[in-house]
Design a protein around this ligand. Structure first.
Ligand code: 5GP
Length: 206
């Protein structure tokens, strides 16, 4: 039997808010201890229970902009009026520790990374390890019910999120994989299958 080693994966997951992405991703990280989240930076305020450096690196706008100017972000975007971004160095450090990295980022950030994977200079480190997945709700009606159901947001916020969801949903064809999250058990089983299959790609083994 030959002993194969594999290069860690960089898995990007995007979804409109309310599609169930956080539940699915949290479950993947809980089941596989060699899968870790990439911790993003954001200018939004911490929510109750969120810890700086764990949930996000919470930065004031000027500190965020300094990092943009210094070219430290692999990608960054404005989402719901706040800045979000992934530090290149922190992703590379996680990959070097041998773990697969899961990035929960919006469609704009995913598009920037895809562009870098295809055309970026010095992109060798990311080219062969990248995979992306879009998680879609079964319908807009279903998404609306879920956003109402979780009771986190008021009417105006929900209306804005639905409007944005409509735009985001149009981007699903840009991704390598799509999961329509009808039943959470089925969707989770598909997500973990994608991880397991991606790990076996010959290009990532040596
Ligand atoms: P929340 O503020 O609810 O945690 O996240 C709001 C949205 O921002 C989610 O759709 C999430 O995927 C996206 N997001 C979180 N971190 C990043 C990031 O580093 N880059 C980008 N482009 N989007 C992010």
């Amino acid at each position: 039997m030959i002993a194969l080693q594999r290069t860690p994966l960089l898995m990007i997951v995007s979804a409109p808010s309310g599609a169930g992405k956080t539940t699915l991703c949290d479950r993947l990280v809980a089941e596989f201890d060699n899968v870790t989240y990439s911790v993003s930076c954001t200018t939004r305020q911490p929510r109750e229970g969120e810890i700086d450096g764990v949930s996000y690196h919470f930065l004031p706008p000027d500190a965020f902009q300094e990092r943009v100017d210094a070219g430290e972000f692999l990608e960054h975007a404005v989402v719901h009026g706040n800045q979000y971004g992934t530090l290149k160095e922190s992703v590379q450090a996680s990959l070097q520790s041998g773990r697969d990295v899961l990035m929960d980022i919006d469609v704009q950030g995913a598009a920037q990374i895809r562009d870098y994977v295809r055309h970026g200079q010095d992109n060798e480190w990311i080219r062969d390890i990248y995979a992306d997945i879009f998680i879609a709700p079964p319908s807009m009606e279903d998404l609306q019910l879920r956003l109402w159901g979780r009771g986190k947001d008021d009417e105006a916020v929900i209306a804005r999120r639905l409007e944005r969801a409509r735009e985001e949903l149009e981007r699903w064809r840009d991704y390598q994989y799509v999961i329509v999250n009808d039943r959470i058990e089925d969707s989770y089983s598909t997500l973990r299958s994608i991880l397991l299959a991606e790990r076996q790609r010959v290009i990532r083994l040596h």
